[in-house]
Design a protein around this ligand. Structure first.
Ligand code: NAD
Length: 489
């Protein structure tokens, strides 16, 4: 099946198990691969959001009354449907987001892993019971929050919705999901496959839109928890607005990830890992290597890294960036840094892919002699661009990393365990790595950064998410009539 045969011409709102027509407000969905319009997205408004909330509210009593073991049976089937439809789903992700087929497939596979984690929640819940005095028992129960919402970004149209949905519904909640308006199609298939897997109507709903619908979600009095993944600018807005309305919120933001590279690093391992991290998904990953801090004599590693970067070719093993605006923004960062004295070693500007001239491509770019005060060193570029800063000591490198407002990921490349540990203990990032370009914690470990990369308590996936999607009920029980009262009564 070629990408061209994937055809979802409308992204509709999905409420109570049905796609609803709401055609008064449409937005074009473009494929960044070639700049061609692929679908119309029907936007929701506050009234339609309320219908979705009422459907979720109506579904909640029956869904939440099932045991967690019963609820995950639907997710086992959903996971198998992802496997069965892997090729079609991968092509859909590729078409709407622009990443390569291999990257899109990895995203769907990660979606399966996330669903498998949700299927394991019955084994993890571990509610506690203790006889606290004779005949008196205390127990805790994880109780779902009710109607919850998830707002997602463009860069992982399939995976990020599955960061939240499987765990939230396994734990008994009913969800309203708002995908990025740039990539609303994958979520259409998620809704269909959940229905095919047997999910009751109303447990999962989709509303499309932009700022207005996100604000309506934050304001809706019957939504009790909001999770957000996107840029730091919007994460702050959503976190403040949802918390201001007394909702539970976790909001993940942008990133500027630093890789600290020492002269003793394994050259092959460092160069391949760093190149893959900077250019994978066209650099549009919140875990992408964006700044490299080279400590001392590291020319041999930088040369090998440039060799690796040159093997990454747009339209072959490098996908597009999301939009024409993104291409302009990324190239502007490179040109400004060059004008300020940085040296462009590998230049991805003005990249055009033959046969896809309307697509938005930036080739892999490696820039040396960047200084910490340049915008390219401090801001999130979100493209396949690596800014290299040179320092003389590990402590200088750590100081640069620590000065960042963000704190998603940081890695060190060295063969010295003591140095690796020294760096890992001092970087100010939630997800750290040793000789790993993309230090993503895989299930059952949870995902979440620090500083301006995440607002709220706990992480968004893994074990940590169980506390986000539930509240604890504490029950004290007394059965023996002779235990009238004691000093605690
Ligand atoms: P974005 O912040 O522009 O959009 C995210 C969501 O917010 C979308 O659904 C969008 O419709 C909505 N939105 C946009 N503007 C809004 C506004 N003013 N008010 C309310 N809602 C608004 O992010 P994006 O460009 O789609 O995604 C890229 C960003 O996401 C990058 O910064 C990247 O680092 C970040 N990201 C972070 C993580 C993480 O785990 N920390 C993961 C993936 C992506």
């Amino acid at each position: 099946m070629s990408v061209d045969t994937i055809n979802i011409s409308k992204a509709r709102n999905y409420i109570n198990g049905q796609f609803v027509d709401h055609a008064n407000n449409n937005m074009d969905v473009m494929s960044p691969i070639d700049g061609v319009m692929i679908a119309k997205m029907e936007m929701a408004d506050a009234a339609l959001l309320d219908k979705a909330v009422q459907a979720a509210k109506a579904a909640f009593p029956e869904w939440s009354s099932r045991t967690v073991k019963e609820r995950v049976q639907v997710l086992y089937k959903f996971r198998d449907l992802l496997e069965k439809n892997m090729d079609e789903l991968s092509k859909l992700v590729q078409k709407e987001n622009g990443k390569t087929y291999g990257e899109a497939k990895a995203e769907v596979m990660k979606g399966m892993e996330l669903t498998e984690f949700a299927c394991s929640i019955p084994q993890l819940l571990n509610d506690e019971v203790l006889e606290v005095s004779q005949g008196v028992e205390c127990r805790t129960t994880h109780v779902p929050m009710g109607v919850v919402a998830s707002i997602t970004p463009f860069n992982f149209p399939f995976m990020v919705p599955l960061w939240t949905m499987p765990n939230a519904i396994a734990l008994g909640n009913c969800m309203i999901l708002k995908p990025s308006e740039l990539v609303p199609l994958s979520v259409q298939r998620i809704a269909e496959l959940l229905k095919e897997a047997g999910l009751p109507d109303g447990v999962f709903n989709v509303v499309n839109g932009t700022k207005d619908i996100v604000e309506a979600i934050c304001d809706h009095p019957e939504i009790s928890a909001v999770s957000f993944v996107g840029s730091t600018r919007v994460a702050k807005i959503v976190y403040k607005r949802a918390c201001g309305n007394l909702k539970r919120c976790v909001a993940l933001g942008g990133a500027k990830n630093h890789l600290i590279v020492l002269p003793d690093a394994h050259v092959g391992m460092a160069s391949t890992n760093i190149a893959a991290s900077m250019a994978g998904c066209a650099g549009q990953r919140c875990m992408a290597a964006s700044a490299m801090v080279a400590v001392g004599k590291t020319d041999h590693i930088i040369e090998a890294l440039c060799e690796e970067a040159r093997k990454i070719v747009a339209g072959k093993n490098l996908g597009s960036v999301i939009s024409a605006e993104a291409k302009v923004r990324i190239e502007k960062y490179i040109t400004e840094a060059e004008a300020q004295g940085a040296k462009v070693l590998v230049d991805g500007r003005k990249t055009v892919v033959e046969g896809a001239e309307g697509g938005y491509y930036v080739g892999p770019t490696v820039i040396d002699n960047v200084t910490p005060d340049m915008a390219i060193a401090k801001e999130e570029v979100f493209g396949p661009v690596l800014a290299i800063m040179r320092v003389n000591s590990v402590d200088e490198a750590i100081a640069i990393e620590n000065s960042s407002d963000y704190g998603n990921a940081s890695s060190v490349f060295t063969q010295d365990g003591g140095v690796a540990r020294y760096v890992m203990e001092r970087v100010s990032a939630g997800m750290t790595g040793v000789n790993v370009g993309v230090p993503v914690p895989r299930e059952p470990f949870s995902f979440g950064g620090w500083n301006d990369s995440k607002f709220g308590v706990g992480d968004i996936t893994g074990k940590s998410s169980i506390n986000f999607w539930t509240r604890l009920k504490k029950t004290t029980t007394k059965w023996n009539p002779e235990a009238w009262t004691n000093w605690m009564s």
